[in-house]
Write a protein that binds this ligand. Structure first.
Ligand SMILES: [Zn+2]
Length: 148
């Protein structure tokens, strides 16, 4: 993913779960994000590592722990917050930025349950898309109107 999206996800995860900014978490320097991305560390892992190292308190889970670590589902919730969820059409889905056909995996199981309960509505066979060319990422789902 590009560093802008990486940075947006870090910001959203920090704010939602810890109520602080990247600056307060000492994650505002882009060089740190370039480094983490280069080592294939996902944004939720970057935030979790900073939270552990700095003893950050979860603000979304009450005052007493133990607090479960952030996971990939938390990151998908943040992604749905930042990027509109794409509605799948007849044609293969392609990247909104560079037009390359995207790779995807279906979102299911616990990840889907967590995503839907946070969003407050259910999704129709949602997919997590990644562009193999530019690294853009977004969520997509079947046309819910067709399923009504
Ligand atoms: Zn792309």
């Amino acid at each position: 993913m590009d560093v802008q999206l990486y940075s947006d996800l870090v910001e959203s995860l920090l704010y939602t779960h810890f109520g602080i900014t990247p600056h307060q978490a000492r994650l505002s320097d882009e060089r740190l994000l370039y480094q983490a991305r280069g080592r294939k560390i996902r944004p939720y892992q970057t935030v979790q590592t900073a939270a552990q190292a700095q003893g950050l308190i979860r603000k979304d889970l009450g005052l007493t722990g133990p607090y479960p670590p952030l996971d990939a589902a938390d990151e998908l919730v943040a992604l749905a917050d930042i990027r509109a969820i794409w509605v799948l059409g007849e044609d293969p889905t392609s990247c909104g930025k560079c037009g390359t056909r995207t790779d995807f995996e279906e979102v299911s199981g616990n990840t889907l349950r967590k995503l839907e309960s946070t969003l407050g509505f259910s999704l129709v066979t949602p997919q997590h898309h990644r562009c193999p060319n530019c690294g853009n990422e977004f969520l997509a789902e079947d046309d819910y109107v067709k399923h009504q």
